[in-house]
Design a protein around this ligand. Sequence first.
Ligand code: MEV
Length: 421
Amino acid sequence: MKTSRIPGFYKMSIDERLKVVAEFAGLTDDEVQLLKTFGNLDPGIADRMIENVIGAMSYPLAAAVNFLINGKDYIVPMVIEEASVVAAASNAARLMRRDQGIKSVATAPVMIGQIQVIGLSDPWYKRMEVLEHKDEIMQRANEVDPVLVKFGGGARDVEARVVEGPRGPMLIVHLLVDVRDAMGANAVNTMVEKVAPLVERITGGKAHLKIISNLADRRLVRSWVKVYKEDLGGEDVVDAIVDAWAFAAADPYRTATHNKGIMNGVIAVALATAQDHRAIEAGAHAYAARTGRYMPLSVWEKDPEGNLVGSLEMPMAVGVIGGATKVHPVARIALKILGVKTANELAEVMGAVGLAQNFAALRALATEGIQRGHMELHARNLAIMAGATGELVDKIAEAMVKEGNVRFDRAKELLEEFSKK
Ligand code: MEV
């Protein structure tokens, strides 16, 4: 009987673990060899990044072009498994180059650390006492990370809220920390753990959870852009895009997809630069729902001259120092391609890419529909999979799209047909 109960698995070498998994799953020698191909990630680094490593998996890394953000040109590295996204971003960016391009501004990189204080009969009174000791709490927090303080970061404020929960009221203390160029989870988590005993002393309660909040609503990026109506094919297209946005603003079933389109761009850059993309994703959707109603992260309107104007506001907790950004060599290169030096600049680029990606999707949906572009790329992929090379790839893809029959077996048939000629 096969068992997944494997004591000491984590202590094994990569090869030993792979052998165990290969036996368990009946992997072929070729499959094992493929997993051993670590590519541009050194096995030693991979093995230190996470636990129980048995191999590495490559995704395509692409470069989106045409981005002009705050008057500066950027080539944007994107890692994604979905066709059309990078092409759409590049196309959108091409239409957004007027007037210094996309504007994008990030707030100070302030993250929130939470301390959950339970066991209080008088949380409202203790809230006052916590606020009374604000300076002491911040001072204690700053002692934990003198390097951050030296670089201009550190604790900025203390807030306290009484939150009603299913097990009664809790006092929730927020430590606001400027984390500078880090994503900040490590710095903030260390700080809240270190100040928790002081908070317990002040309140007489129990400091239960101490952890960063991914609803990073003090660390926002704001991006906005004007797309001229003549570049879009007229005011009808502007209206069509604004109507498409109105759908997202009214119906959560559409809002989720609208925001997913934004995240296509944001997360592709996050992956290329080895960010904690789950934190960004969690923050984005929590922020979108902050009013109690899930809303689009962007707004598209028509200006008095009939041009399309778009704006986006969302949390963007990213870092350019520490974590995987530091250890993954490709992430370092991605940052070099981007030419960003600070976490704030990276956040500004990611906001701009999200906005451009969103525009591209809405434009396609509001005009020709999304499937045509998708189908063309899909058809090319099928042609390649069927064995087509060179000019035949486009020829077969075009024929399938024209026939409305984009399928692998048809690609094979066409390949045979065209090869005979
Ligand atoms: C597909 O990955 C993303 C879109 O569905 C986004 C949208 O509908 O706005 C095209």
